[in-house]
Design a protein around this ligand. Structure first.
Ligand code: SF4
Length: 189
């Protein structure tokens, strides 16, 4: 199974808060109204997959899934229920804390999909509107590189604002040396 076998993955939105303010964010104005999936839905999905083995991977996403304090528990329960792959989609800032990254990996998160908005602090932080967000995301990617068996993917939303520096994104794409993969993602207006 590859990282891009999308039919092998099921995705659950388990959080609707975020501590960045990306200029391209499509849900920023609605986060306070949107409801994440309930724990009951999460448990139903685990039970369904235990019985039917429909998917091999679970993607836990949100706005920013690492704002959930129980994320390690969710990941551990998913792995116990038979998911071989637990992926989180994140802006990567909280992965800058090595102890937190270690905790997620120990709990069973083995794939990290990290959003990189720009190629340097100026461009990235200009888009996320939070100073220091690039430095933390990069430190998070470096932390992930310390762990065997962990896959990292980067995603970059290509906007008009971002297009001017897209070619320079080769630096963060090359930054990870081992098993990590890099891809460029969505296009937005
Ligand atoms: S990280 Fe995602 S959810 Fe958060 S502001 Fe940026 S685009 Fe929106």
């Amino acid at each position: 199974m590859g990282l891009y076998d999308h039919n092998q993955y099921v995705s659950l939105t388990m959080e609707f808060r975020c501590n960045l303010k990306c200029v391209h964010c499509m849900i920023e104005d609605t986060m306070d109204r949107l409801k994440p999936q309930s724990l009951e839905s999460f448990e139903e999905l685990l039970a369904h997959n235990s019985a039917n083995r429909q998917w091999r991977g679970l993607v836990l996403t949100g706005s920013e899934i690492t704002l959930r304090r129980d994320l390690p528990e969710l990941a551990a329960r998913a792995r116990s229920a038979g998911f071989e792959h637990v992926r989180i989609q994140t802006h990567g800032m909280h992965l800058a804390r090595l102890d937190y990254t270690q905790k997620l990996i120990d709990a069973g998160v083995n794939e990290f999909f990290v959003s990189i908005a720009g190629s340097n602090p100026e461009t990235h932080d200009d888009i996320t509107q939070v100073r220091g967000s690039f430095a933390k995301a990069v430190r998070g990617l470096e932390n992930l590189d310390r762990f065997e068996g962990v896959q990292s993917i980067t995603n970059t939303v290509v906007t008009e604002k971002a297009s001017a520096f897209c070619r320079t994104l080769s630096r963060p794409w090359r930054m990870s040396a081992r098993s990590n993969r890099w891809n460029s993602g969505s296009i937005s207006q």
